[in-house]
Design a binder for this molecule. Sequence first.
Ligand code: LLP
Length: 443
Amino acid sequence: MPKSANQFLKPLTQKVNSDGNIEIGGCDLVSLAEKFGTPLYVLDEKTIRAICNDYKNAFASYPNTTIMFASKALCTQAVTAVMDSEDVGFDTVSGGEIYTVYKSSVDMKKVLFNGNNKSFDELNLALDLGVGRISVDNFYELALLSTIAQSKNKTVDILLRITPGIECHTHEYIQTGHLDSKFGFDLTQIDDAVDLILGEYTNLKLHGLHAHIGSQIFESAVYIDEIDILCKEIARLDEKFNLKLDEINIGGGLGVKYTSDDTPLSIYDVGKMITDRLNTSVKKYNIAPPALFLEPGRSMISMAGVTLYTVGSSKQVPHGRKYVAVDGGMADNPRPSLYQAKYCAEVANKKDETQNEKVTICGRYCESGDVLIEEIELPSLNEGDILCVYNTGAYNYSMASNYNRVEKPAMVLLNDGEADEIVVRETLEDLIRNDVIPDRLKK
Ligand code: LLP
């Protein structure tokens, strides 16, 4: 099976140019740092388009497959526009994501709204903007959605989010499909939910079942189990309620290669395994082949992104390690401190030099835990060097904060030697925009 873009650690267009600098998307990273400043989020459009094609080709043999990008991985209007132009749909989890997708002129029928505690306002917005499917997570939401639908005299197209009871071997915080989870209906609760939908909440039209078993997954067996459980449930609900469900959404979760130790699966292998299993389960349970939906986030965007930092101070701890500090850290990439995530990096302006120093790359935030990379071998670093950290496209900008009251970085999208600024760097004024000093405290 061919390799897919998620199996690469670096953007597909990454190379060393004649100046000895690293280049991505035909753009010299050192020049980008000079022009746009650092920290800088950088995205390679070709890699995004390549992975979209990998997904489409890998599932081409199953007639009715839709890929929905999980916007939580990276939600900006330009990224949404690129994905939209590849005919990808969107999984959203908040009013903010729905609004971003809407403002990017996406056909809202291609949008799914997920989440375990959607608010009244968010559900209202989803209905007003014509979101295609709402994946209902719990009994509270069934009642709330039905009431809102009634007030608008609308019928709402829904899925039921279920907890299939599958454990996958990933970090505990990013597992979601095991039994003791805050997400979705337990298998034993589905019948009560269906009873309510068919009897009381008749303005909710149930199309299918949805599950998501976890994130940064390197094993395929979990998807096989998941598909089997979903198909079995569809057959069971048909028998018990004479209910014809024709959609399954198996969530996202495929892994990427943050370091050379990671061995993510090829989308082509996963595509074959999933479609084979689906065909088998359809026969086994004697159901009509359901439309298949996937909602990958990380594996569609992570490797397309790098973050550029400028090296500043450094400290050699006597008889200890050497810390090299960069001008960003846990606020632009909280993943190392939250999940002990590992990253790798190169020096954009020293690609020719051999690696001769073991250092710890730390950030500029006031916390000891603000370490981006523990122990990495790099050419010896000096103030002003440009560090390129790979595989930062997913869950970096989308989880960024203004901790220590630091402005969030800019983001550029690279393609064929062009660099478009798609998120403008925050300013000091942006930081105080929403502050209000009560009159009694004003000077
Ligand atoms: N669908 C649902 C319902 C989800 O909850 C998620 C991720 C996805 C799809 C996309 O999963 P992916 O393909 O990206 O693995 N912040 C964490 C990841 C949290 C994932 C939450 N749900 C991290 O930085 O690792």
